[in-house]
Write a protein that binds this ligand. Structure first.
Ligand code: ADP
Ligand code: MG
Length: 724
C-alpha cells in the first residue's frame, strides 16, 4: 500500500472530498474487513471499491451483472489513468484470451467480470495463479430472489471465492435496502461480520413533481421542448405506449429512441448506445431499460405512466442526475394507470414454485405497494418526505424542492359534496366506478344510464353544477382518506367503508387539501449558476473528444465537471486541476483544449467580458458591394457593438473559425505563411489579391464579396464563441 486515499481520490478521480459513506467503506476494506454498502443510485458506490483497488497490492475483481455497464466503467477508469479491463461474452475468444493473458501478467489493477465467468475453468485457473486482494460485488441484490433483478449465477460467487487460495476481502454494494435482500446478501455471499453502511436515501439534487394533465401527450411534448438538448428518459408501462410515445416525439422533431423487451437484441443494444453516446437525446422505454445504464448526465426522467410501486419509481427516477447536478423527476399521473397496474398484479406470471397461499400473499403485498404509489401521486404533502419515510428514513416536513412544496394548498371542507358522492355510491348498489358515479351525480343522460334507469335515482343530477374533474378529485381524496375503496382491476368499482356512515349521518366532517393555483408549476431545472454559453461551448469540446476516443461524453467529463469549469474558469494547469472531476490524467489529456475555450469567455483584467453581440444589432450590418478584407468586416461589426463594454471582436477570431471550418487554409509561400481560400472558400465568395507594401514587397490578401460577408455575419459570428 502506497499512496494516501485522498491523493488517490484527487489524482485519479479528480475529487477533493469523499461523499457520505465513502471514506469509512474505503478504510474498512483496506483494513481487511468485509463491507455491505447500501447507498442510493448516484451516491458513488464505485469509488468505494475502486480506491482500495488502486491502493492494494494485488488485483481487484469486480463482479457486475451487465456487460454494457462494465464497458462504461472500464472506459471511465482508463480515462482516469487506472489500468482496467473486462472479461465477458462481448469479447471474441481471441480478445478474451489476450485479456486473460495480460491479466495473468499483472497488467490490470481492476478486472470486471460477469458472474457467469466465475464458473469457467480458464478464469478459475487465472484467479488461482494471481494475488487477488479484493472482490467487489456490484448490484449485490441480484443474488436475492426477493429482489427485482435476481441472477442465478450470482449464487456461484461464494463457491468461486471458496476455491481461491486466499480469501480476499469482500465488498458488496447495492441500492436496495429491504431486510430480506440485505439478509440474503450477507448469507449467500458469505460475508464475514460485514461492516454495514447505509447512507440514507435522499437525493437532494433531484426535483420531484407529479402532474395530472388532461392530455398527457401534449404535456410531455411541452416538458421535453422546454428541456432542449438535455438527455432524458421517458418511462412507459407498456411496449405499446413506448412505441406510441417514441413516434410522437420523433414526429415532433425530438430525437428519441426506444427500448423494450419486444425488440431484437441487436436493436436494443444499438438504441441504448445511441442514447448513451448522445446520438439521441431521449430514451423512451419500459422498465426493462436502466440497470445497465451509468450515464451520469441524464437531466430528466419523466414517467408517462405511474409505475407499480415506490421502489420501482425511486429506482427509475433515480437514474436522473447521478453526477450530482440538478435534474427533474416528473410523473404524469392519471387514474387509468392505476387500473393498468392492478391488471398486472392480477395477472402476475404464474410461478409454479409457489403455492396458492404464497401467490395470494404476493398479490396482496403488491396491492398494498400499489396503494402507496397512488398515494404518492395524490398527496399534497412533500413528495420527497413521503418517499423517504416510505424507505424508513426520517425526514423533516417539507423539502422546498418538489411540486407539492412549491404549490400553495388550502384546506377546504367538502362534507356536503362527500355526502352526495357517498350516498350516490350506496344508492346505486356499489356497482359502479368513478366515471359512472360522476356522470350520475352530474345528471348525464347517457344510454347506459337510461337503460339501467339510473336517471331515476334520487342522486341523479344533484351535482349538476360541479365540474367532472372536481368531482373526480374529491372521490380520489375520499379514497385516499379511506372513506371509499375501489375494488377490482380493469374497471374498478367504488365501495364505501365504515368510516362513511358518520359522514352521512352528519356526525363527521370531511376536509381535503386543494391546490390554490390549479396548474402545478414544474420548475425547469438548470445546471445552477453557470454561463449557459460557456457550458455549451465546453460540451462541444467534450463531444469532439468523446467521438475521437469512441467513448460516451460523460466518460470524458461529467456535466458536473463542466459546470465546475464554468464556475472556476481555470486558465492555468493548477487551476484546472482544482476543478471537481479533473485528475492528473485528464489534465494532461484535455486541459489545454478546454482551457483554450475558457480563455475566450474569461473577462480580462479590467473585468471586460468577451466579445458578444446581440443578433438584433447584427441586423444593422452594412454590406459592401465591392469585396472587402476581413479587417473591414471586423471593424463594421465592432461599430455595431459599441458601448456594450465587452472586448472587441478580432479579425483572427473570424479567420480562425474559417480555418476550422475549411474555408481557409494555411499556405506557405517563400517562407511566408498565408491564410488562403480553400476551394470551398472560393465557392463561398473569397478571393485573393496580391498587393505591394511601402517597402515594395508583395503580399497576399483575402477579400470577401457580399455573399461571403453575409455568410460570416449570419453563420460565423453567432458561433464564434463556441467553436473548437
Ligand atoms: P452509484 O454506483 O452509487 O450509482 P456511481 O459510482 O456511478 O454511483 O457514481 C455516480 C457519480 O458520482 C459519478 O459520476 C461519480 O464520478 C460521482 N462521484 C462519486 N464520488 C464522488 C465524490 N466523492 N465527489 C464528487 N463526485 C463523485
Ligand atoms: Mg453503480
Amino acid at each position: 500500500m502506497t499512496a494516501d486515499k485522498h491523493e488517490v481520490l484527487k489524482q485519479f478521480f479528480g475529487y477533493s472530498s469523499f461523499r457520505n459513506g465513502q471514506e469509512e467503506i474505503v478504510d474498512t476494506l483496506l483494513s481487511g474487513r468485509d463491507v455491505l454498502g447500501i447507498m442510493p443510485t448516484g451516491a458513488g458506490k464505485s469509488l468505494c471499491y475502486q480506491i482500495p483497488a488502486i491502493m492494494m497490492n494485488g488485483i481487484t475483481i469486480v463482479i457486475s451483472p451487465l456487460i454494457s455497464l462494465m464497458k462504461d466503467q472500464v472506459n471511465a477508469l482508463v480515462q482516469q489513468g487506472v489500468s482496467a479491463a473486462y472479461l465477458n461474452r462481448s469479447l471474441t475468444d481471441a480478445q478474451y484470451n489476450k485479456a486473460l493473458y495480460n491479466a495473468g501478467m499483472g497488467k490490470y489493477k481492476i478486472i470486471y467480470v460477469a458472474p457467469e465467468r466465475l464458473e469457467s475453468g480458464s478464469f478459475l485457473r487465472f484467479a488461482m495463479s494471481v494475488e487477488i486482494s479484493l472482490i467487489a460485488v456490484d448490484e449485490a441484490h441480484c443474488v436475492s430472489q426477493w429482489g427485482q433483478d435476481f441472477r442465478p449465477s450470482y449464487l456461484n460467487i461464494n463457491t468461486f471465492i471458496s476455491k481461491l487460495n486466499h480469501r480476499p476481502v469482500i465488498g458488496a454494494f447495492t441500492a436496495t435496502a429491504t431486510e430480506e435482500v440485505k439478509n440474503d446478501i450477507v448469507r449467500l455471499l458469505n460475508l464475514y461480520d460485514p461492516y454495514k453502511v447505509t447512507t440514507g436515501f435522499d437525493r437532494p439534487n433531484l426535483f420531484f413533481s407529479v402532474l395530472r394533465p388532461q392530455n398527457k401527450s401534449a404535456k410531455l411534448l411541452e416538458l421535453i421542448k422546454e428541456r432542449k438538448n438535455q438527455s432524458g428518459i421517458v418511462y412507459c408501462s407498456t411496449r405499446k405506449n413506448v412505441e406510441k410515445v417514441c413516434d410522437l416525439l420523433n414526429k415532433n422533431g425530438i430525437s428519441a429512441t426506444r427500448y423494450h423487451a419486444g425488440l431484437e437484441d441487436e436493436e436494443r443494444v444499438k438504441n441504448q448506445d445511441d442514447f448513451v453516446y448522445d446520438r439521441k437525446n431521449v430514451m423512451v422505454a419500459t422498465n426493462a431499460f436502466g440497470m445497465g445504464i451509468d450515464k451520469s448526465d441524464v437531466r430528466f426522467v419523466i414517467h408517462y405512466n405511474m409505475p407499480k410501486n415506490i421502489e420501482s419509481y425511486y429506482q427509475e427516477a433515480g437514474r436522473a442526475g447521478r453526477d450530482g447536478e440538478n435534474a427533474d423527476c416528473i410523473l404524469l399521473y392519471s387514474k387509468a394507470d392505476v387500473s393498468t397496474c392492478k391488471y398486472f398484479i392480477d395477472n402476475i406470471e404464474d410461478n409454479n414454485d409457489l403455492s396458492q397461499e404464497q401467490k395470494e400473499f404476493f398479490r396482496q403485498r403488491e396491492e398494498e405497494r400499489l396503494k402507496q404509489m397512488v398515494f404518492y401521486c395524490t398527496t399534497s404533502d412533500c413528495l420527497r418526505g413521503y418517499m423517504l419515510r416510505y424507505f424508513g428514513d426520517e425526514y423533516k416536513d417539507s423539502c422546498g424542492k418538489c411540486s407539492n412544496c412549491l404549490t400553495e394548498y388550502e384546506t377546504v371542507d367538502v362534507t356536503v359534496e362527500a355526502q352526495k358522492i357517498l350516498s350516490c355510491i350506496i344508492r346505486t348498489g356499489q356497482h359502479y366506478g368513478t366515471k359512472m358515479i360522476t356522470d350520475i351525480l352530474r345528471g348525464v343522460s347517457s344510454d347506459i344510464i337510461k337503460k339501467a334507469k339510473l336517471d331515476r335515482q334520487s342522486t341523479f343530477g344533484i351535482m349538476k353544477n360541479v365540474k367532472a374533474t372536481e368531482i373526480k378529485y374529491i372521490i380520489e381524496k375520499l379514497e385516499e382518506q379511506e372513506y371509499i375503496i375501489s375494488v377490482g382491476a380493469g374497471k374498478p368499482i367504488l365501495h364505501v367503508t365504515e368510516m362513511s356512515y358518520p359522514v352521512l349521518r352528519g356526525n363527521a366532517n370531511v376536509k381535503i387539501r386543494k391546490a390554490k393555483q390549479l396548474k402545478t408549476k414544474v420548475q425547469k431545472t438548470e445546471i445552477h449558476s453557470v454561463d449557459p454559453e460557456l457550458f455549451d461551448a465546453l460540451k462541444v469540446v467534450r463531444t469532439y473528444f468523446a467521438k475521437k476516443r469512441g467513448v460516451p461524453a460523460f466518460v470524458i467529463f461529467s456535466d458536473a465537471a463542466l459546470a465546475d469549469m464554468c464556475r472556476v474558469m481555470p486558465t492555468t494547469e493548477a487551476e484546472f486541476l482544482s476543478v471537481s472531476g479533473v485528475g492528473a490524467n485528464k489534465l494532461e489529456k484535455y486541459g489545454e483544449a478546454f482551457m483554450r475555450v475558457i480563455k475566450k469567455y474569461k473577462p480580462d483584467k479590467n473585468g471586460k467580458q468577451p466579445f458578444a453581440i446581440e443578433a438584433e444589432n447584427l441586423n444593422g450590418f452594412e454590406y459592401s458591394d465591392a469585396p472587402i478584407p476581413i479587417s473591414e468586416i471586423t471593424a463594421r461589426i465592432n461599430a455595431l457593438s459599441k458601448g456594450n463594454n465587452r472586448k472587441k471582436l478580432k479579425a483572427t477570431d473570424i479567420t480562425e473559425w474559417l480555418l476550422e471550418n475549411d474555408y481557409l487554409r494555411i499556405a506557405e509561400i517563400n517562407g511566408q505563411k498565408y491564410k488562403l481560400p480553400t476551394p470551398q472558400g472560393k465557392k463561398l465568395g473569397l478571393s485573393t489579391e496580391t498587393r505591394v507594401n511601402k517597402e515594395g514587397l508583395w503580399y497576399k490578401i483575402v477579400l470577401y464579396n457580399q455573399a461571403a460577408q453575409e455568410f460570416i455575419v449570419k453563420n460565423a459570428i453567432p458561433k464564434i464563441r463556441v467553436y473548437y
